[in-house]
Design a protein around this ligand. Structure first.
Ligand SMILES: C[S@@+](CC[C@H](N)C(=O)[O-])C[C@H]1O[C@@H](n2cnc3c(N)ncnc32)[C@H](O)[C@@H]1O
Length: 295
C-alpha cells in the first residue's frame, strides 16, 4: 500500500524496533529517505541499532506522531508516504519493568514514554465513575462497574501499584462464569489507552499525517483495537467526502472538498498463516488512503 520508491520521503510515526522502517528503506533504495518517530526512547535506541546501515537516509525523533508538525525539517506536502502502526510493541509488552503485561508481576506503569502519569497514580486518585467509564469505553468491559467498585474499595486498604495486584483484584471482581482473565486483558488495555492518550494522539496524528503528504502520497494505518480502527475508518471517510452538510440540507452549503481517496473499502487483515507465525498480529486491521492530486 505504501509503494516505497527511490527518491521518496517517508514517515514512520511508530518506529518500534524498526522492522517496517527497514522494509521501507530497502524498498526505496538507493536514496529514499525516512523520518522515524517513536514516543519511547528505548524504541528509538533499538531502531537506531537496526537501521545503522541506512545512517545517511534516516532521521530519528523521540516524539509522538501527535506532534509530527513540530518535527524539524518536515514540511506540509513533502511526504510520499506515512505509516502508523499503532499500540504497543512486542518489546514493550515483553519488558517486565514497563508493566504492560498482566502475565508478570511488575510496577504498574504502562507509559510508552517518560511523559504522563503511570497507571498506579491514576488509579490512586480517579473517581469510581471515571474508572468505570474508562473500563467500559476503552476496554468494552461488561463488568466495569463491579471492577471499579473493587478498585476503589481496595485502594483504601493498600495502594494498587503492581500488575499482579491489579490482576488479582479484577479476577476477584468478575464472576468465575464471566471469563475473568479476558476482563483482566480488557482492563489492562483500557488503562494503557488512557495513560498514553492513544485515541487523542491518533485523532491528531491522522489529520497531521495527511497534511504532510504530497498529492499522490499515501497514509497507511494498522490498528489493533476496534475503537482505533473505527476512528481511522471514520476519519478517512470524512476526508474523502465532498460534503459534510447535514442530510436534511436541500443544497450543499459547506466548502468541504474531498482530500483523499480511500484505498481499502474493507480493512486488510492478516492471513491464517501470518497469524500462525505471529499471533500478536491477529487483531490487526490495515487501512490506507491516498491524497488527491487536486487537493
Ligand atoms: C506496534 S509498535 C510498532 C512496531 C514497528 N512498526 C516495527 O516495525 O517494529 C508501536 C510503536 O509505536 C509507538 N507509539 C505508540 N503511540 C505513539 C505515538 N503517539 N507517537 C509515537 N510513537 C508511538 C510505541 O512506543 C511502539 O514502539
Amino acid at each position: 500500500m505504501l509503494r516505497p520508491r527511490s527518491g521518496g520521503t517517508y514517515l514512520d510515526g511508530t518506529l518500534g524496533g524498526g522492522s517496517h522502517a527497514e522494509a521501507i528503506l530497502e524498498a526505496s533504495s538507493p536514496d529514499g529517505r525516512l523520518i522515524g518517530l517513536d514516543r519511547d526512547p528505548a524504541a528509538i535506541d533499538e531502531a537506531r541499532r537496526r537501521l545503522a546501515r541506512f545512517e545517511d537516509r534516516v532521521e530519528f525523533h523521540n516524539a509522538s506522531f501527535a506532534e509530527v508538525d513540530r518535527t524539524p525539517g518536515l514540511e506540509w506536502g513533502m511526504l510520499d508516504g506515512a505509516l502508523l502502526d499503532l499500540g504497543v510493541s512486542s518489546a514493550q509488552i515483553d519488558d517486565k519493568a514497563r508493566g504492560f503485561s498482566y502475565r508478570q508481576d511488575a510496577p504498574l506503569d504502562m507509559r510508552m514514554g517518560p511523559r504522563g502519569e503511570p497507571v498506579r497514580e491514576w488509579l490512586s486518585r480517579a473517581e469510581l465513575s471515571e474508572i468505570q467509564r474508562i473500563l467500559r469505553e476503552y476496554g468494552e468491559e461488561r463488568h466495569a462497574h463491579r471492577i471499579a467498585r473493587v478498585i476503589v474499595r481496595e485502594r483504601g486498604r493498600a495502594p494498587i501499584d503492581t500488575t499482579g495486584r491489579l490482576r488479582e483484584l479484577v479476577e476477584s471482581a468478575v464472576p468465575a462464569s464471566g471469563h475473568p482473565l479476558k476482563s483482566v486483558a480488557r482492563v489492562f488495555q483500557a488503562l494503557r489507552i488512557l495513560v498514553n492518550d492513544e485515541l487523542g494522539a491518533l485523532a491528531r496524528g491522522l489529520g497531521l499525517s495527511v497534511a504532510a503528504l504530497r498529492p499522490g502520497g499515501r497514509l497507511v494505518v494498522i490498528a489493533y483495537h476496534s475503537l482505533e480502527d473505527r476512528m481511522v475508518k471514520h476519519t478517512f471517510r470524512e476526508l474523502a467526502s465532498d460534503c459534510v452538510c447535514p442530510p436534511d440540507f436541500p443544497v450543499c452549503r459547506c466548502d468541504k472538498r474531498s482530500e483523499v481517496e480511500v484505498l481499502t473499502k474493507r480493512p486488510v487483515v492478516p492471513s491464517v498463516r501470518e497469524i500462525e507465525a505471529n499471533p500478536r498480529a491477529r487483531s490487526a486491521r490495515l487501512r490506507a488512503a491516498e491524497k488527491k492530486r487536486a487537493a
